[in-house]
Design a binder for this molecule. Structure first.
Ligand code: CTP
Length: 475
């Protein structure tokens, strides 16, 4: 359907519209909608599709912002900082996700990127001036604030955040942010000293209280030479993922009200203060399950051995070192409705752990005596009280996968086992994909459901969906 550009209308019509819209307290665009609605009202050819005055008078912000092809719209405010160049990549990342982008550049941002480059990437006109006669004759800042699904500020400078926290509106960016009735996502970027300054800390706290979403800043090197710390803007790909999360329609929450306890990662068993026994587990599968269970509405506690992964949002993460620490923290986290033991717990620890670093001596190699670690899965599965109603173990095998997993489910006393082949050739340990077989009890029999190769996130989503179905049936 053709769109009407008000700017191109005859001057007398525009003058009339301005007067009438100001008198009615509407934007010019809304006023045109109302006039068209009144004009069409009661036409016999429209008897099957009445246009009620109330819908014609609906404020602009109520209009759906998803365009004809189902795409979403965001207003991207680019603040003035060296990280502004990353916002150009962000435009590209958002377009890849079929998100339309309208850019606003602050005066300072134009010192780092040009409106032309933002316009070329977004395929849209770029806005820079609060008093631009081309867009502001019908309160364009109100449209930029409301005719979108989300407002992103990247980079969000200390100054922009201070203006937001205090409700200033002396330029286009701050006026949009003050007039917004859409969610706002900030990607802060500034020098670490500015980020840690008491004034910024206060502003960040206020903005969080106001319900503003934030991503980052990350730790790393600064543009200023010899400076490092927290203050780098998140990468474009991280911001785009956060945007997709915010724009995603609310998901069903089948595990709402359920407590889920998960173990993940390896354990480290000390030999002496500087050495330990460990394994190659990355923790990725356990972390992915924690994120999926949280997304399904569960209250999730994740007890993890040492891994190089960020805490999944909304999950209580308890970091531990050894198998014995892990068992204590798991026991302390009970009761739970569902427990999933994805950790690759070290089977043995050193009996004679050295208090000091072991030294090489002429007596030869020091003997390492091993003792067995507690089996956390078996301990929890066999609890008389507080046993979670659904206990799920993993079986990491390098041969006879199904037979070993069947033996494990019986030996450990758990309800389900997720069996995976962790031979080096599969790349499962440390990799991003997994091929699993879900073993469940079917009366006396063990049922084996073999899943195709999937990412660890997909395995997590499938497992959580299966859990949700079982929980639903039993409640
Ligand atoms: N597990 C545990 N505590 C241990 C050892 C294992 O909780 N001390 C759990 C794991 O988290 C997993 C399951 O038991 O859910 C099976 O772990 P796996 O390493 O496959 O088997 P093991 O019990 O170690 O037996 P084996 O080494 O003989 O295969």
């Amino acid at each position: 359907m053709a769109s009407l550009t008000i700017r191109k209308l005859d001057e007398t019509v525009k003058a009339y519209l301005r007067l009438r819209s100001a008198g009615n307290g509407r934007s010019v665009e809304e006023e045109v909608r109302v006039i068209l609605g009144e004009l069409i009202q009661g036409r016999p050819e429209l008897s099957g599709a009445p246009i009620s005055p109330s819908s014609a008078e609906a404020p602009a912000e109520a209009a759906p912002t998803i365009n004809a092809s189902g795409e979403r719209n965001v207003t991207l405010i680019i603040g003035g900082g060296i990280a502004a160049f990353k916002s150009l990549e962000l435009i590209r990342r958002l377009k890849e996700r079929h998100i339309d982008v309208r850019c606003v550049l602050t005066r300072a941002a134009q010192q780092f990127v040009t409106p032309l480059s933002a316009s070329a990437l977004s395929h849209e006109r770029v806005y820079t001036d609060l008093f631009d006669p081309g867009s502001e004759f019908d309160a364009g800042h109100i449209r930029l604030a409301r005719e979108c699904d989300l407002i992103i500020v990247a980079p969000a400078t200390a100054d922009l955040m201070a203006k937001m926290a205090h409700g200033h509106a002396d330029d286009l960016a701050s006026a949009i942010l003050l007039a917004a009735n859409r969610p706002i996502l900030l990607a802060p970027a500034m020098n670490p000293l500015m980020w840690n300054n008491a004034a910024t800390r206060r502003n960040v706290m206020q903005l969080r209280r106001d319900g503003i979403h934030m991503i980052g800043p990350n730790a790393g090197e600064m543009a200023e030479s010899n400076e490092a710390g927290v203050g780098r803007m998140s990468e474009a790909i991280e911001i785009a993922a956060a945007v997709a999360d915010i724009l995603r329609p609310p998901q069903p929450r089948p595990l709402a009200g359920k407590r889920v306890l998960i173990t993940a990662g390896p354990t480290h068993e000390a030999i002496d203060p500087v050495r330990y026994i460990a394994n190659r587990s990355s923790g990725k599968q356990g972390f992915a399950i924690a994120a999926a269970a949280q997304a399904a509405g569960a209250d999730v506690t994740l007890v993890s051995g040492p891994v190089d992964l960020r805490d999944p949002a909304g999950v209580t993460v308890i970091r531990v070192e050894s198998a014995r620490d892990m068992l204590h923290r798991v026991e302390a986290a009970l009761p739970a409705d569902i427990a999933i033991f994805a950790a690759a717990v070290a089977d043995w620890r050193v009996a004679n752990e050295g208090e000091q670093k072991m030294k090489k001596t002429s007596a030869g190699m020091p003997p390492l005596q091993l003792v067995e670690n507690p089996d956390i899965l078996a301990t929890i599965s066999k609890l008389k009280e507080k046993r979670p109603p659904l206990v799920i173990g993993f079986a990491a095998e390098t041969e006879h996968l199904i037979d070993n997993a069947k033996a494990k489910i019986a030996r450990k006393g758990c309800d389900w086992i997720v069996a995976n082949d962790v031979s080096p050739a599969t790349g499962v340990m440390g990799g991003d994909r997994n091929t699993v077989h879900l073993l469940t009890h079917d009366g006396e029999e063990i049922n084996v459901d073999s899943w195709p190769v999937m990412t660890k996130e997909q395995v997590a989503a499938e497992l959580v969906a299966k859990i949700a179905k079982t929980v639903e049936k039993s409640s």
